[in-house]
Ligand binder design. Structure first.
Ligand SMILES: [Zn+2]
Length: 111
């Protein structure tokens, strides 16, 4: 089964949102040997402010083992078929969101 168009249809992780995820909120993690992007959220543009803020909060609470490093969360554009390190990072959005007032949770009722 190898359809080419279903694998990368990723939905926003906000319950009941249902929009396509466009951004990945992730932070570069390393233990000194391997490094990878630690994914916090896959989200649509309208839910991004909320999830980015959550990611920033989690990042500051994250306990690291000796030798581990975790960068601040970044916003990456999801692109079909691209590896994590190839994703375009949206520094402009990060700056914009970090300078904005705290964002309320996305309005939805189911959990
Ligand atoms: Zn959404």
């Amino acid at each position: 089964m190898l359809p080419s168009d279903w694998r990368y249809v990723i939905r926003c992780q906000t319950p009941a949102c249902g929009a396509l995820a466009v951004y990945k909120v992730a932070a570069a993690w390393s233990d000194g040997v391997t490094d990878e992007l630690k994914t916090y959220a896959l989200t649509c543009p309208s839910c991004l402010p909320y999830w980015f803020e959550q990611a920033c909060r989690k990042q500051t609470l994250c306990r690291l083992a000796h030798g581990e490093t975790l960068a601040k969360p970044g916003i990456y554009e999801l692109s079909p078929g691209k590896r994590d390190r190839e994703l375009a990072r949206r520094h402009d959005l990060e700056v914009q969101l970090l300078t904005n007032a705290p964002n309320p949770a996305p309005s939805q009722t189911t959990t």
